[in-house]
Design a protein around this ligand. Structure first.
Ligand SMILES: Cc1cc2nc3c(=O)[nH]c(=O)nc-3n(C[C@H](O)[C@H](O)[C@H](O)COP(=O)(O)OP(=O)(O)OC[C@H]3O[C@@H](n4cnc5c(N)ncnc54)[C@H](O)[C@@H]3O)c2cc1C
Length: 401
């Protein structure tokens, strides 16, 4: 028996405004504590609570789903119509593939729409809420969690999890007990959203390892002089990432010029392969032939209505303007690190868990989302993994796996 008291005695609010600081409480037998109120934790907690499991969702930030609300440039690219394992990097591709085949696009869209809303794919297969508002997806979760009676604690930073026949979670001034714990506390990317990598220690305490961590889907740095004055300019361009004459990646999409580097969808995709010393060869006008470009520039001497003004002004001052437009070279000097990355590469190995993502080292401990060693391409793949792994864990706990 835990010396703490029943959560129900203390909290008449069964919702996310509960303040749990300086309080100790026990929970009913069978309680599941989900640590991390991001995409994975919310999906997992909702499925558990809907299935009738006593569920406590614990988030260190003052609100649930802050990162989810910022995804997809605020539009929330929640999944993709092509969820093939080739879009992911992980220590255990076969396991990841089995999970994705159980929790595919239809399953995830169905789950999201079970809360309300409509989710639609764009021409590239990227799925968004029809309103194009990521924050509305978070609102759907908040509403659904409140409706099904999940207890939500915000402003609670879990500092340790121990096991002695039951799990005990401790935070500054408080603690609780649970029969099962889901670690859905994210990775190390975008620490502004509460994910500074400190949660890996909670898993290490049970003997888990963490594979090497690196920032993924991250803006790339180059010599600031090469992009001076271009900040904020966005183009639909093409690129080749070249190392020693070999093309490592090529693609077409959004390129956003930034202070001292480049960002945007296409750069995020290239960042998975890039390292210092590589060269980005940009084609700033992939739909226009060099001949057409030459003809227009020779006739007018201007790039107005050809390229965005800032870029046009910069290039018009240079020699071999048309060649530069078709082959704009940016040697990569590094990346902007975890602070600017969208996702973490590496984490708790899938190989240290079973089919339901339960720890092989401590039964009753589960993992979901970015904390695991599984990261996807740009295009909805990371939120898909967060939702899919969260549901996979909930179904395993609920005995549905
Ligand atoms: C700017 C940005 C845009 C993105 N856009 C997209 C997109 O459009 N599509 C896509 O697929 N992916 C996108 N991603 C990636 C995607 O958001 C993440 O992969 C996904 O949110 C991971 O979900 P998660 O639940 O595992 O972790 P998170 O969403 O990071 O949630 C983890 C939560 O755990 C909490 N936490 C951590 N430690 C503790 C603790 N000890 N105690 C209590 N709480 C704790 C954190 O505060 C956090 O809220 C984007 C990421 C960023 C940063």
């Amino acid at each position: 028996m835990c010396a703490c008291q029943s959560i129900d005695k203390y909290f008449y609010l069964r919702y996310y405004k509960i303040m749990a600081k300086n309080m100790n409480f026990d929970t009913h037998t069978g309680c599941v504590a989900v640590i991390g109120g991001g995409a994975a934790g919310m999906a997992c907690a909702l499925r558990l609570a809907r299935g009738g499991r006593k569920t406590v969702l614990i988030e260190r930030g003052d609100r649930l789903g802050k990162k989810l609300s910022a995804t997809g440039n605020g539009q929330g690219n929640v999944t993709n119509t092509d969820i093939s394992p080739a879009h992911y990097r992980t220590d255990d591709p076969a396991r990841l593939s089995r999970i994705l085949s159980r929790y595919g696009t239809e399953e995830i869209v169905g789950f999201l729409e079970s809360m309300g809303g409509i989710f639609l794919a764009d021409g590239r297969g990227r799925v968004y809420p029809a309103s194009r508002q990521a924050s509305a997806v978070t609102d759907l979760f908040r509403g659904a969690l409140a409706k099904c009676g999940a207890d939500v604690l915000t402003g609670v930073h879990v500092r340790s999890v121990t096991y002695d026949g039951k799990f005990t979670l401790m935070w500054d001034g408080g603690q609780m007990c649970a029969d099962a714990v889901v670690l859905a506390a994210g990775g190390k990317a975008a620490p502004a959203f509460g994910t500074d990598g400190s949660a890996y220690a909670l898993a290490r305490a049970f003997g888990h390892t963490v594979t090497p961590l690196s920032p993924a889907l991250v803006p790339l740095k180059c010599d600031p002089a090469l992009v001076r004055g271009l900040k904020g300019i966005r183009i639909d361009g093409a690129l080749r990432l070249v190392r020693g004459g070999e093309t490592l990646f090529s693609g077409r999409g959004d390129i956003l010029f930034a202070d001292g580097g480049v960002s945007g969808d296409l750069i995020f995709r290239a960042s998975s392969y890039a390292q210092k010393g590589d060269v980005l060869e940009l084609d700033l006008l992939p739909d226009v032939s060099p001949e057409k470009l030459q003809t227009v520039f020779q006739k007018t001497g201007s790039l107005l209505c050809v390229l965005p003004n800032g870029l046009a002004r910069m290039l018009a001052r240079e020699d071999e303007v048309c060649e530069r437009i078709k082959r704009f070279l940016l040697p990569v000097t590094g990346d902007f690190g975890f602070a600017r990355a969208q996702v973490t590469r590496g984490g708790i190995p899938l190989g240290e868990t079973d089919e339901g993502l339960q720890s092989l080292l401590r039964r009753g401990l589960y993992f979901a989302g970015e904390i695991l060693h599984a990261d996807g391409d740009c295009g909805g793949y990371n939120l898909h993994w967060a939702f899919a792994s969260g549901l996979c864990v909930a179904d395993a706990i609920g005995g549905k796996a």
